[in-house]
Design a protein around this ligand. Sequence first.
Ligand SMILES: [Ca+2]
Ligand SMILES: [Ca+2]
Ligand SMILES: [Ca+2]
Length: 216
Amino acid sequence: MCFLKPCFCTSLIVSSFAGQQVFRIEIADKNDHPPRFTQETYVAERVSEDANINALVTEVKALDNDTASPVRYSIIEGNYKKAFMIEETTGKIRVANQLDYEETTNYTLRVRAFDNAFEDFCYVKINIANVNDNPPVFWTYQNNTTIQEETLVDGCVAKLSAYDPDIPDRSAPQHIVYFVVKEEQQKLLHIDKDGCLYLIKVRRLNPGPRKCLSVK
Ligand SMILES: [Ca+2]
Ligand SMILES: [Ca+2]
Ligand SMILES: [Ca+2]
């Protein structure tokens, strides 16, 4: 006799007065069951925005009671800028393009399992983790300051401010350290942690009439 679970062959023994006869009966499996995902929603937490191309994100799995209907996977929605790819036969989801937390912090993919007759769907939620991958950016400085030559000005000559694009909240502490870069200017100027630029030494630009020094 045959069993309901997938089987390909069984043996039937028939007895009679004349003896025994063995029949071999082969039963082909039919694709009559749909694939079923093991979870309605899969979640991948903290996928780093600097993850390498091809890095494994997560894996989905659809079970199918038929042996004759291999399941193939595809991403059908939510794959913004083709950030991810899915291996058609394994269900492994990998990074396909450079991620950027500053642009997209999470994805919800719709994934299909198809066995050439039946299909099932699941969601894959992917949360991107931020890393420090952007240099600070100065806010545009509007007020150019002009100082008379050989005049030492007290206090802030100019208040500069920058933000870190890696910190979405511009009002949150930006943890930026300011420097006067050029060595010859370090003798004349100092900038503190708040971006206040101070004149620490007077400068004579050229011999002759007094001139002005512009801080830009
Ligand atoms: Ca099937
Ligand atoms: Ca980024
Ligand atoms: Ca970042």
